[in-house]
Design a protein around this ligand. Structure first.
Ligand SMILES: [Zn+2]
Length: 193
């Protein structure tokens, strides 16, 4: 038994073993406190070699050159700072359309960068306003010209939520009838005025 390898430190050869990102290259002597040391090389691509206590390898205290910690922090940074385009109204329209397409089994091949939100609703002429997420009549929405063709670049237009609701709730024939009724009903009033 080598000096310092007392009870509880029976030498197990770790050479060639892998502990997360550490690959054990060779034995590297014994620490002052009597713990076997191993020369390890991190397999993350950094090529960094370091002497690590065998116990730290086995109990997972040491997993690599620091790369794993760096990976985790990079993920946390991404979570805290989502890509700036995810807040763009065009991208939000895209995302909710994607969700509805999947839910309703409709074709979906939109490129969110092709979505154009005009200043005014092309149907009602009202100014479109991208609000705080709560839909209003003036919110931009994606309208499918021919609903069953789904969300493709040439089958969607951005119109107001209000116009979209009216269109969605009524057929063309119903709209014509309502229009006729409203216009006829107003006639006597207009004449009386
Ligand atoms: Zn590493």
């Amino acid at each position: 038994m080598a000096k310092g390898e007392g009870k509880g430190h029976r030498l197990i050869d770790l050479t060639g073993k892998r502990f997360v990102n550490w690959l054990v290259l060779s034995r590297a002597g014994t620490s002052k406190s009597g713990h076997p040391l191993w020369l390890c090389q991190c397999q993350c691509g950094s090529g960094i070699e370091r002497t690590v206590i065998g116990d730290s390898l086995r109990n997972g205290l040491s997993k690599g050159c620091g790369c794993i910690h760096r990976q985790v922090s990079a993920q946390q940074v991404r979570l805290r700072h989502p890509d700036p385009w995810s807040e763009k109204p065009e991208y939000k329209l895209y995302q909710s359309a994607k969700f509805r397409a999947k839910r309703d089994g409709l074709p979906f091949s939109l490129d969110w960068k092709q979505i154009h939100i005009p200043t005014h609703c092309p149907v009602l002429g009202i100014e479109l306003k991208t609000g705080d997420g709560k839909p209003t009549d003036a919110s931009p929405t994606l309208d499918k010209l021919i609903p069953e063709l789904g969300y493709t670049d040439d089958n969607v237009r951005v119109i107001s939520f209000r116009a979209n609701s009216i269109k969605r709730d009524a057929s063309a024939e119903e709209l014509r009838r309502v229009l006729r009724y409203v216009e006829n009903a107003l006639q006597p009033i207009l004449l009386a005025a």
